[in-house]
Design a protein around this ligand. Structure first.
Ligand code: AHR
Length: 506
């Protein structure tokens, strides 16, 4: 049998223009994400506000357009007023979601400043766990209203004359989860989201609102939660959120790399549920998807459960500090490809998280370096070259047998056409752990395009990790891809992520 994959990429097989916010991320007041991660005034590289310049540089390199803040589970007991005003007067609080002491040294205003320095906009979450409509409205007034009212004047007194002008707002976090402070039933949440959203849009009609969907695709209330939430809140909101983390606790790497098929199915189901809600409402508005937490997360889980239960209250304890492997980077690449393949409905996505907590960027304590985890690189390549219009390739690939997902395609792929730059990029993962995959790609409508670069992430060791001292897992330039009779041919190594870049020959 001829064991090869064939792809047909046609200029007209368009999914949609990719919203740049697909390459968003997330910073929560959790562990060492904020304190020690982005903010570390004693560090030799700290700027005048105490933010680490080296971390800002890495975030800028990733070109993250939007960062969700301040949580996560944290937001459900967040009192935003405590986080603004003179720093020395801000109260300390027991932070209940992660059993930590919150100093409030960094708050709404400082984070808006950090985001600006990092080239990102803020995606703000409001507390619909232990608080409600009034507090959400007050925070919005504080952030976006020009002045002349109680909360906008409070912002001005705090030294921020110009509004922060925050466009995207999350109506709570994971309200379906029993772990969430102020956890709600779907009817309770749907009503609250509808009324909060309605009130917030009276203050600033230009904002976009994200209702909480399910905490993951395995929640017992999924997808009824989405249907009921939208039944109540369809008129008030613009997006519904999806969250999903995958792990390889069983150590079955071939099956682990099939998890992006679960992500694909999760997205399809949420799209169908949004369309069902729209049809039921006889509505004109399409509800889009905000995949605002996604990643691999499992390495740190048991440790963290124990630390959560047995830990004294402390400031910024190290939590959720997964050290990622090469195979984690492969799944992250597949998840990015899956998001691009759904660019017509997934308009926002946040790699969770950004620094120290299940993160692509890590920082060493005591003046140490910031360094790039394995998952930094697929995100970098997607964010750098995945701008433009997503094209869905017609794909025929050999199958790989898995223990939990049956026989799956060995190849996961998408193409992105950047018309302005006259570039075409093919993102392709060979997720077969044992077999090299010859690839033949027919490019229709790209006759004058030539291959300029083939970048690949490959390793003989699925468990290879990076550290502050060494970066063995990173992309390398590959040779050997070429056009044969008008077809682009390349041999993709077993377990590899490939970025084939083409440019129009002027
Ligand atoms: O990202 C870590 C946590 O995962 C977030 O706080 C929560 O929303 C999710 O369960």
């Amino acid at each position: 049998m001829n064991r090869e994959a064939t792809l047909t990429i046609d200029r007209d097989f368009t999914v949609a223009p990719i919203d740049p916010r697909l390459y968003g991320s997330f910073i929560e007041h959790l562990g060492r994400a904020v304190y020690d991660g982005i903010y570390c005034p004693d560090h030799p590289l700290a700027d005048e506000q105490g933010f680490r310049r080296d971390v800002i540089d890495l975030v800028r390199e990733l070109n993250v357009p939007i960062v969700r803040y301040p949580g996560g589970n944290f937001v459900s007991s967040f009192y935003w007023e405590d986080s603004v005003g003179p720093a020395e007067q801000r109260p300390r609080r027991l932070e209940l979601a992660w059993r930590s002491l919150e100093t409030n040294r960094i708050g709404v205003d400082e984070f808006a400043g950090w985001a600006k320095k990092s080239g990102a906009e803020v995606m703000m979450a409001v507390n619909l766990g232990t608080r409600g409509i009034a507090d959400a409205c007050n925070l919005l007034e504080y952030c976006n209203h020009p002045g002349g009212t109680k909360y906008s004047d409070m912002r001005i007194r705090n030294g921020h004359k110009a509004p922060h002008d925050i466009r995207v707002w999350c109506l709570g976090n994971e309200m379906d989860g029993p772990w969430q402070l102020g956890h709600k039933t779907m009817d309770e949440y749907g009503r609250l989201a509808a009324e909060t959203g309605r009130a917030m849009k009276l203050i600033d009609p230009s904002i976009e609102l994200v209702a909480c969907g399910s905490s993951n695709g395995k929640m017992p209330t999924f997808p009824q939660w989405e249907a009921t939430t939208l039944e109540h809140a369809y008129d008030s909101v613009d997006y519904i959120s999806l969250h999903q983390y995958y792990g390889n606790a069983k150590g079955d790497s071939q099956d682990f790399l099939a998890r992006c098929d679960d992500m694909d199915q999760f997205i399809r189901t949420v799209v169908a549920t949004c369309d069902f809600a729209q049809a039921k409402k006889r509505g004109k508005k399409k509800i889009h998807l905000s995949f605002d937490e996604w990643n691999v997360w499992f390495h740190s889980k048991e440790d963290d459960d124990d630390r959560m239960a047995n830990r004294p209250w402390q400031i910024a304890p190290p939590l959720l500090e997964d050290h990622y492997t090469f195979e984690d980077a492969l799944l992250v690449a597949e998840m990015l490809i899956t998001l691009m393949r759904h660019a017509d409905r997934v308009k926002l996505a946040c790699l969770a998280q950004l620094v120290n907590v299940i993160a692509p960027i890590m920082t060493e304590a005591n003046g140490g370096a910031a360094w790039k985890q394995t998952i930094y690189y697929p995100f970098l390549l997607a964010s750098r070259y995945g701008r433009g219009t997503a094209l869905l390739p017609l794909l025929h690939a050999p199958k790989v047998r898995t223990s939990g997902h049956g026989d799956v395609d060995a190849l996961v792929a998408v193409a992105v056409h950047n018309e302005a730059a006259r570039e075409l990029t093919l993102f392709a993962v060979n997720r077969d752990l044992n077999e090299e995959l010859p690839l033949r790609a027919t490019l229709r409508g790209f006759e004058r395009y030539e291959l300029t670069e083939w970048l690949a992430m490959e390793s003989d060791d699925l468990k290879a990790e990076n550290s502050a001292l060494a970066q063995p897992v990173r992309p390398c330039a590959r040779e050997g891809a070429a056009f044969e009779d008008g077809t682009l041919c390349a041999r993709l190594r077993a377990a590899s992520f490939n970025v084939l870049r083409l440019r129009e020959n002027a």
